[in-house]
Ligand binder design. Structure first.
Ligand code: ADP
Ligand code: ZN
Ligand code: ZN
Length: 723
């Protein structure tokens, strides 16, 4: 009896679908197939080419076409994806769809894998020397001055470069090359001689090549983790093996790519969300055929095929952007571990502030910790001081101590960073006569005042409103902004330091991808300047003349109900502080707070992140929270609160007797209303992963079958990082 094809379709359903084999062609596990679905067609991935039909063959439809005679997804990826769908309670089809670049999810033959490369012509060089061109053209010519560049790299460095390329190509100044395998960079540039500590780290990790071993590379900022990565990647290259290097969303700067390319002397495949779909698919395919040796990317790059895997690195492994927060809610760091195990290769989790999860794994002996304590590039350790705000008169939220430190800093000709994790001018607009404040009608949360744009904006749903002239409630004109955002700090600092450039870096000033880089490269010429910004500033970018970091407004984090808030706050403070004194000049850090005696801040300043992490872990163990317990969060939202409540009550009943598991809720979400929808949740917690997962799938099927489920939007989040 001929078997059927079992296929994953990109639908939010837990099932796979069976089809009769095609009239022509043979499908393998991992091949894409075109199949009829409903009145149309779909593209699916064959999971099992010889499954036994579970329904009568007469009811099955026939596969229309096999698109890949050889499997597109190899056995390792297929197995990993099936595991991942199961683990994160995802729909298998959605997990598979996540893994494939969009261009490969269409029923077309595979594109050629050549890299699109652009080069400058001889006329181009003379034109560059002659100068005076449109900004976009000049930028492209400058980018090509040192040699040909791949389209995907240009896309990262200069979004919108294509228009310039077209103009310049018409004028004969640049040309497109199409190379099957480009040996773009020439010989690798030498790096600094590694410190003893760095060499030791390379030796220890290098000794694990060829087998699965997780490492936590625990190194303070500036300790030279990147140099360790580079040395390890060189080893992998020497063995002809591939390296996958994951970075958080804000870490993927053109600067990083350049550094890797110059140092390694090979093409770096960059996979990120800003890439044109064709380029993304080609890069993915080059990884699949093994020609791409170094793959650098953000979260979704964890799905890159690695037939010759040698090494996997997750930089800033504690970063929350590794967790996907919608649809298929996987965690890229955890998937990196699974893939490393499947390939039998070491995986390096690097961070100055490792996640409590990873530290618990070190304690349990599952991961090996490799520490870097020195800062080879810097001369002295950074001094951190607490500024008690309570007794001080504040100027737009800035204490005299802080302002004096900034004055000294720029007086020495150096640069200062003022960190505030809030965009906009002020987080609240308040009437001093009646207490009215501007709230988002769709979220019930204060609207942020953006003064320059003259708008009130909701940071949760992007609702915008005009700024009222008078209080809408009592008509008083006595309304004014409360609290400070980056825009207000920028204004206050500009007023106080009129002769020093004040540069604001947040989502608003860096809408375009290259804006961040441009802003920061203007700082690299070492003139005095003041940077104001959000956590976009916490990472990347060496600014050798930056010697003062002032952190304002961390107090919200000290009193959050989210049990991860303390961990996040400690990580943020350490990461931001790490921006100071990256060069030979000593750096200092000021932490301005209303709670100078808070135990977390005390431990952090006295004993460092490691000590904080130890205390937090002990606390989590005591009250049985992750990583010592395992959670799944059921979220639901609807226009009607009653629908949410009804669903969650039934969902709770569907658990039956929870036994040794703990159930919290149904309860309102931390934001009970968002974008006009009411939100609620139910949390289930178990002491072991196995216990939780034994419960999970059956419950999920039960939920899908609930009559109330159709009236809400609901999802399960396994190992949620935001409760
Ligand atoms: P991390 O990623 O740990 O914060 P980096 O790898 O970016 O640190 O290194 C921080 C700075 O120190 C960089 O400017 C780097 O060039 C420099 N550096 C790293 N290792 C060495 C070394 N062995 N000798 C001299 N400078 C080094
Ligand atoms: Zn009023
Ligand atoms: Zn809103």
């Amino acid at each position: 009896m001929p078997a059927v094809l079992r296929v994953a379709l990109p639908l939010p359903l837990l099932t796979l679908f069976d089809y009769l084999p095609p009239e022509a062609g043979v499908a393998a596990a991992g091949s894409r197939v075109r199949v009829p679905f409903g009145r149309g067609e779909m593209l699916g991935i064959v999971i099992d080419p010889a499954a036994e039909a579970t329904v009568g063959k007469g009811r099955l439809k026939r596969t229309l076409e096999v698109l890949d005679p050889a499997p597109l997804l190899d056995a390792e990826l297929l197995a990993t994806l099936s595991w991942a769908a199961e683990y994160w309670a995802g729909a298998p089809g959605e997990a598979f769809a996540n893994a494939l670049p969009l261009a490969l999810r269409e029923p077309r033959a595979l594109p050629a894998t050549g890299r699109e490369v652009w080069a400058m012509t001889l006329q181009g060089r003379s034109a560059l020397d002659a100068g005076s061109r449109k900004a976009g053209s000049a930028a492209l010519l400058t980018a090509l001055a040192d040699g040909p560049r791949a389209a995907d790299e240009l896309q990262l460095a200069l979004p919108g470069w294509r228009a310039a390329a077209r103009r310049l190509a018409e004028a004969g100044l640049v040309e497109k090359l199409d190379l099957e395998e480009v040996a773009l960079p020439a010989s690798p540039a030498p790096g600094p001689a590694l410190s003893d500590e760095q060499s030791q780290a390379v030796d220890v990790i290098g000794a694990a090549f060829g087998r699965f071993q997780p490492f936590v590379l625990d190194g303070v900022t500036g300790s030279g983790k990147t140099e360790v990565y580079l040395a390890l990647i060189e080893r992998a290259l020497a063995e002809g093996r591939q390296t996958l290097l994951l970075v958080p969303e804000i870490g993927l700067a053109p600067q990083t790519v350049r550094r890797l390319r110059e140092r390694l002397g090979v093409a770096i495949e960059v996979l990120h969300s800003n890439l044109a779909e064709g380029d993304r698919a080609r890069a993915w395919l080059r990884a699949r055929n093994g020609t791409a040796k170094v793959v650098l990317g953000t979260r979704s790059a964890v799905f890159t095929p690695l037939p010759k895997a040698g090494l996997i690195i997750v930089d800033e492994e504690h970063d929350p952007s590794y967790k996907q927060q919608e649809g298929f809610r996987y965690h890229a760091r955890d998937l990196a571990l699974v893939r490393a195990r499947a390939h039998g290769v070491p995986v390096v989790l690097g961070s100055a502030t490792p996640s409590l999860e990873s530290l618990a794994n070190v304690d349990a002996g599952r991961y090996e910790r490799v520490a870097l304590r020195g800062r080879p590039g810097a001369s002295q350790p950074t001094q951190v001081r607490i500024v008690d705000m309570r007794a001080q008169r504040l100027d737009h939220g800035l204490s005299p101590t802080l302002l004096a430190a900034v004055t000294d800093c720029i007086g020495r000709g150096e640069q200062a960073l003022v960190f505030r994790n809030r965009r906009g001018y002020a987080p609240v607009l308040l009437c001093y006569d009646c207490g009215w404040h501007a709230d988002c009608p769709r979220c019930d949360r204060p609207l942020t005042l953006h003064a320059r744009r003259r708008r009130l904006i909701c940071h949760h749903c992007d609702y915008t409103a005009h700024v009222p002239e008078a209080c809408p409630s009592c008509k008083s004109a006595n309304i004014s902004p409360q609290g400070q955002g980056t825009e207000r700090l920028e204004e206050a600092l500009t007023e106080r330091f009129p002769d020093t450039p004040v540069i604001r870096v947040d989502r608003e000033t860096t809408q375009r991808r290259d804006a961040f880089d441009t802003l920061l490269s203007s700082l690299r010429d070492d003139k005095p300047a003041i940077l104001v910004g959000t956590q976009m500033l916490a990472k990347g970018h060496d600014l050798p003349n930056l010697t003062l970091v002032a952190i304002v407004g961390v107090d919200e984090g000290l009193h959050s109900i989210d049990f991860r808030a303390s961990e996040r706050l400690a990580q943020l403070v350490v990461q931001v502080a790490g921006r100071a004194g990256r060069a030979r000049k000593p750096g200092s850090v000021l932490l301005q707070t209303h709670h100078p005696d808070h135990p977390l801040l005390h431990t952090l300043l006295r004993s460092g992140y490691g000590a904080v992490a130890k205390e937090l872990l002990a606390e989590r163990k005591l009250i049985q929270l992750p990583p010592y317990a395992h959670q799944v969060l059921l979220r639901a939202d609807a226009h009607d609160r009653a629908d949410v409540d009804a669903f969650l009550i039934q969902a709770n009943e569907a658990i039956g007797d929870p036994g040794d598991m703990r159930v919290a809720g149904p309860m309102p979400a931390p934001m009970p209303l968002r974008a006009g929808r009411h939100r609620g949740q139910l949390l289930v917690e178990a002491d072991t992963r196995a216990r939780l997962h034994a419960f999970l799938r059956p419950w999920q099927y039960a939920l899908a079958a609930l009559p109330t489920a159709r009236k809400v939007r609901w999802s399960l989040d396994v190992d949620p990082i935001d409760l």
